[in-house]
Every structure is written in C-alpha cells, then in structure tokens.
Design a protein around this ligand. Structure first.
Ligand SMILES: NC(=O)c1ccc[n+]([C@@H]2O[C@H](COP(=O)([O-])OP(=O)(O)OC[C@H]3O[C@@H](n4cnc5c(N)ncnc54)[C@H](O)[C@@H]3O)[C@@H](O)[C@H]2O)c1
Length: 311
C-alpha cells in the first residue's frame, strides 16, 4: 500500500516550483491533494489560475485525485476556506504543507513598508492562517475520537536560519516560521499532530529570477542524470513527513535539497561568562573579549552549503 493511501493533503503555493513537486509526490504516494495557489508573480502581484489547474490535470492523468483552490493564504477567512475545500471535496484532512511564498528583496534602508508587509503576510501570517484553521479542526476531530495522525509541514529557508543580506522581511518571516513550527508542535502533539519544518534548496524563480546571490549556482545546467537543484529533491521528505510512519518526528527543522537532508538546530548556548553578582560594564568589556567571544564559532554563511553538495 502506498505510504499516503487514504490521506488528504493541502499544499499551498502548489502551482509551481517546490509546491508543484510536493503535490505530485503526495498524490503519487496515494494522497488526495488540494492544489492551492493564487498564481502570483514572484513579488506577489497578479493572479493566474492556469499553473494550479495544470498540476491538478497532471495528477489526474496518472490516476491521482486533486482539486484546485485559488484562495490567498494571506487572507484569514480565505485560509479557512482552503481547509473547508479539503473537507468538502475529500471528506477529511490529514496533511497541511505550508509552502506558498513570494520575495521582495531590498536592503533594510530601502525597504518600503509595503514590501515588508507583503512578504510577512504571505509567509508568516499565511502559515499562521492555514495552520490555525487546520489545528482548530484537528483538535475537534481528536476530541471526537478520530485518530487522524495529522501532520503540518512548514517551509522556512536558510535566509531565516542563517540570515541573508537584502532579505530582512523574508528572513524574519522564515525564522518566525521555523519557531512557529516548534510552538505548533508543542501545542498540538497532545492532539496527535506532528508539526515539522523544511528549509529547501531548489532551482525555482525565487532562487534564479529573484535572488542574484543564488542564481549563479542554482541557475546552472547540469549534465547527466543528477540535477542537484531540481525541486523534485524536496518532495519525498515532505511525503514522508506527512505519513503516519513519521509520527515520532516532532518540531524539527530539516534543510533539504540536492539529494541531502540536514538536521538543523536553532538557538542554543555555546559559551558563557558568569559571576555570582552584577557584571559591571568594565568586567563585561574585558571578559567578553577574552573569554566569551573567542569561544563563539564562526557564523555560517548562506552560500556555505554549496561547498557541501556533491555536484
Ligand atoms: N527555491 C528555494 O531554493 C527555496 C529556498 C528556501 C525557501 N523556499 C521556500 O519554498 C517555498 C516555495 O518557493 P518556490 O521556490 O517553489 O517559489 P515559486 O515562486 O516557484 O512558488 C511559490 C508559489 O506560491 C504561490 N503564492 C504566492 N503567494 C500566494 C498566496 N498569497 N496564496 C497562495 N499561493 C501563493 C505562487 O503563486 C507560486 O506558485 C516558498 O515558501 C519559499 O520561500 C524556497
């Protein structure tokens, strides 16, 4: 039996890129899938229903089940309708993949308020909106005695975990999503839910058209069978995390891409200075320089990952 047989999934932003491959992989593994996408340009403007319809058609062509939904994840009431779409069409909901995304890169001193708000609204608030309505449903279902084994898979980014110049809006949203995933898991595991988060690496319009720093590496073409940045590399992990079998995995963040899965760890203390009493400015000045700062490991840069990938 396929690993997701009988399960119903929502993938937001499933019309293109990573979300498209995730939706297809979920369907290939037996899930019925809601293909949610507004069909926006990478900056969030515009709306086109064609890409999501094509993904649904592709799934139906191999015998899978899919329905399209064009709600914006940024809209709280619209996000509820995405959940209702799954319930009305397929009668149940087990898996939510929050993947929809846009970019509006600017240095902090040039970033318009609108560019900050738009990115936060799609990523951080969108992830909240869809998760919030899904969790209300999962909690009620659990109380009613249903053993749904729900899974939420959110989408962060190295830009949020490590930081990236030009992406104060996006990085803040993605860091927030990683932490929100941990909090959702803490709150919802008692209702049978497992919530985890991925930080993907893939060639899409976000990494090629919208981000010059990654375009040089990710935009290149690869000879032979192994294309390290094909968005198909992301999808199997998402399908696995959506399965009943993955129920022991809680509140984790995995970087994924290029045939590799990395276990990521967030903020944790790595060194300290302390004293039984008040640390004065003079003591801090001396002891931070001499004892604390030398013990801090160098900061990992966002492009360092490219040196780890087997090309
Ligand atoms: N490509 C990468 O290497 C990479 C790296 C880190 C994180 N990510 C994240 O992965 C996710 C997918 O990105 P992608 O690279 O496939 O980009 P993409 O532009 O190919 O796909 C994003 C999709 O989200 C949809 N979308 C945008 N706003 C929406 C809204 N309000 N409601 C519903 N749908 C909406 C778009 O129409 C688009 O189809 C994003 O969250 C992105 O931030 C991607």
């Amino acid at each position: 039996m396929a690993i997701l047989e009988g399960r119903v999934a929502i993938v937001t932003g499933a019309g293109r890129g990573i979300g498209k491959e995730e939706a297809i992989e979920l369907a290939r593994n037996g899930a019925k899938v809601v293909i949610n996408d507004v069909g926006a340009h990478f900056d969030g403007t515009g709306a086109d229903h064609t890409p999501s319809q094509q993904v649904a058609d592709e799934i139906k062509a191999f015998g899978g089940e899919a329905v399209v939904n064009y709600e914006s994840v940024s809209d709280f009431a619209g996000a509820k309708r995405i959940i209702e779409c799954a319930l009305d069409t397929f009668g149940e909901l087990h898996i939510v993949v929050n993947n929809a995304g846009i970019l509006r890169d600017r240095m902090i001193f040039n970033m318009a308020e609108e560019d900050f708000d738009a990115v936060i609204n799609v990523h951080l608030k969108g992830t909240f909106n869809v998760s919030r309505h899904a969790c209300a449903y999962f909690r009620e279902a659990n109380k009613a005695g249903k053993d749904l084994q729900p899974r939420i898979i959110n989408t962060a980014s190295d830009a949020g975990l490590l930081g990236n110049p030009g992406q104060a809006n996006y990085g803040a949203a993605k860091a927030g999503i990683a932490t929100m995933s941990i909090v959702i898991d803490m709150e919802m595991s008692r209702y049978g839910v497992a919530c985890n988060c991925i930080a993907p690496l893939a060639r899409t319009r976000l990494t090629v058209d919208a981000t010059p720093s990654t375009a040089a590496i990710m935009g290149q073409t690869f000879e032979g069978d192994f294309d390290p940045f094909h968005p198909k590399h992301i999808a199997p992990l998402v399908a696995y995390l959506g399965s009943v079998e993955a129920g022991s995995i809680h509140g984790q963040v995995f970087r994924v891409g290029a045939g590799t899965v990395w276990g990521m760890q967030g903020w944790h203390s790595v060194a300290k200075i302390s004293k039984k009493g008040f640390l004065t400015v003079e003591e801090l000045s001396k002891r931070m320089q001499e004892e604390l700062l030398p013990k801090l490991p160098p900061k990992e840069e966002i492009t360092a990952v490219f040196t780890e990938i087997q090309f």
